[in-house]
Design a protein. Structure first.
Length: 255
C-alpha cells in the first residue's frame, strides 16, 4: 500500500501534526512527515510531491495556502488541517475550505488533526460507489451528480451515510449535524439571502467533525470523491484530462 504524506508549514504546528502521527500509527498507516512551506520553501514542496502518496494531509495557519497548493499539483485526495492563529483559526479554515471548483481540499476543523487522520485511514480502501444525502433538486447536488457522471460514476441517493460507500452530505447549518463513523464529505448550503460574513461562524462551529468542502461546492465534493476512488489509479486518466481541460479554459480567457 502507498504511503500517506503529512506535511505542515511550520514547527509551531507540532502539536497538531504529532496528533496526526499518533492516530495514523494506531491505525497502522505508513506515512512520511515533512515540515515545508508553500511560501518559504516552494521548491521543497514540489520535490516532496514527486513521491506518489495515496493521501496527503496538509496543515497550515493564517493564510493557510499549503493544502491548496498541494491540491493544485496532484490528483490525490488532500485533507487540509487549519491551525489556530488569529480569529480562532477562522482565517485558516476559510483559506483551506473555500477552494475553486475542480481543485478540492477536504477541510477538517481547526486543529482537528485526529479527525484528519481518522478519515485518512478510511480512504485507504477501495470504494465502488457514492451515496448522496441531499435534495435532488438543489443546484449544488445537481452539479455533484453531473460531475460524477463525467467519470462514469452514477451515485445512489440515501437518507443516511453508508459504510460501504463514500458519502456526500449536503447540509444547512440550521440542521443538526450528527457525528458519523462513515467516510462523509459535507457540503454546506446557504440560501442566497443568508450568504453573509456572519455565516462563516457557523462553519467554524460545525466543522468539529467530518471533512468539508466549500459553500455550495458540489463540484469539489464530487471531484474529491473521485480522487478517493482513484486509490488504484482507475480514474487517473480521466482526472488528468479534467485538470488539463480546466487549465485550458483559464488560459483561453487571454485570447
Amino acid at each position: 500500500m502507498k504511503k500517506v504524506l503529512v506535511i505542515f508549514c511550520s514547527k509551531s504546528d507540532e502539536k497538531t501534526y504529532n496528533e496526526i502521527a499518533k492516530v495514523l500509527k494506531k491505525c497502522d498507516v505508513e506515512f512520511d512527515l515533512r515540515v515545508s512551506s508553500a511560501h518559504k520553501t516552494p521548491k521543497d514542496v514540489d520535490k516532496t510531491l514527486q513521491n506518489d502518496y495515496a493521501v496527503i494531509i496538509a496543515g497550515a495557519g493564517l493564510a493557510a495556502h499549503l493544502p491548496g497548493v498541494v491540491a493544485s499539483k496532484i490528483i490525490r485526495p488532500v485533507i487540509g488541517v487549519p491551525c489556530e492563529g488569529n480569529y480562532q483559526g477562522l482565517d485558516a479554515l476559510l483559506s483551506i475550505v473555500q477552494m475553486p471548483p475542480g481543485i478540492p481540499v477536504l477541510a477538517a476543523g481547526v486543529n482537528r488533526g485526529d479527525v484528519a487522520a481518522q478519515n485518512c485511514a478510511k480512504m485507504l480502501k477501495k470504494y465502488k460507489t457514492v451515496t448522496i444525502i441531499g435534495d435532488k433538486n438543489n443546484d449544488a447536488v445537481k452539479k455533484a451528480v453531473e460531475t460524477l457522471k463525467k467519470f462514469n460514476i452514477v451515485p445512489i441517493f440515501g437518507d443516511k451515510p453508508n459504510s460501504k460507500t463514500i458519502n456526500i452530505e449536503f447540509t444547512y447549518f440550521d440542521e443538526p449535524i450528527e457525528k458519523n463513523d462513515e467516510l462523509v464529505i459535507y457540503c454546506p448550503l446557504l440560501l442566497e439571502k443568508d450568504d453573509k460574513a456572519e455565516a462563516a461562524l457557523n462553519l467554524l462551529k460545525h466543522t468539529n467533525h467530518g471533512l468539508w468542502v466549500g459553500l455550495n461546492n458540489g463540484i469539489n465534493a464530487a471531484i474529491a470523491t473521485v480522487e478517493i476512488m482513484n486509490i488504484d489509479n482507475e480514474y487517473e486518466e480521466l482526472l488528468t484530462h479534467y485538470r488539463i481541460e480546466m487549465g485550458k479554459k483559464v488560459l483561453d480567457s487571454n485570447k
